[in-house]
Design a protein around this ligand. Structure first.
Ligand code: 5GP
Length: 192
């Protein structure tokens, strides 16, 4: 069986990555698997251990890094986030195309380690809309909102590091474009 692809999806906070990703994951013909990340941030209402993230302490996180258990990791607005290596390798060996939803520093680390990674950046229709969405969540202090906005602006400057840029003006359209990108890259990866 051919080894699966590694696909990285990035984009500023609240650009709707999660929603687009859910839509893409519905297509069983793509043989996708989502890699659950590890984080030190607090669980938000509605989130589940092992589904959204593995929630760990800073000590646990740094020990995993030290033991070489992470494919990549980064600090984001005061918390650590990272991709456990073992799970990604296991799924790819099973022929699954593994999707990671991570921020830009992590993507840069993966580009170094896996040059054939498929990188996709999701952009909002405009920055005003993005600010509205970040504020709209209403679960975070103004200081954190400001940090997320700053980070979003800096992330937008990293677009050039990505192979594909997809605008999330319409969820269905963005998901369909991503599905085409994955399908074609799978064919290319398999030499078709
Ligand atoms: P949130 O706190 O909103 O769930 O995530 C904050 C940011 O961390 C998002 O941009 C998300 O893509 C990123 N992120 C989530 N998991 C990982 C990971 O495993 N590694 C890296 N580098 N970033 C991640």
């Amino acid at each position: 069986m051919a080894r699966g692809l590694l696909i990285v999806l990035s984009g500023p906070s609240e650009v709707g990555k999660g929603t687009v990703l859910k839509e893409v994951m519905k297509d069983e013909s793509l043989h996708l698997a989502y890699s659950v990340s590890m984080t030190t941030r607090e669980k938000r209402p509605g989130e589940e251990e092992g589904v959204n993230y593995y929630y760990v302490t800073k000590e646990q996180f740094l020990s995993a890094v030290k033991n070489g258990e992470m494919l990549e990791y980064a600090q984001f607005v005061g918390n650590y986030y990272g991709t456990p290596l073992h799970e990604v390798e296991r799924l790819r060996d099973e022929g699954k195309n593994v999707l990671l939803e991570i921020e830009v520093q992590g993507c840069m680390q993966i580009k170094e380690k896996c040059p054939d990674v498929v990188t996709i950046f999701i952009v909002p229709p405009n920055m005003k809309e993005l600010e509205k969405r970040i504020r709209g969540r209403g679960t975070e202090a103004e200081e954190v909102v400001q940090q997320r906005l700053e980070k979003a602006n800096r992330e937008m400057d990293m677009i050039r590091e990505y192979k594909y840029v997809v605008c999330n003006d319409d969820i269905q359209l963005a998901a369909d474009i991503i599905k085409v990108i994955i399908k074609r890259n799978q064919e290319l990866y398999q030499g078709k």
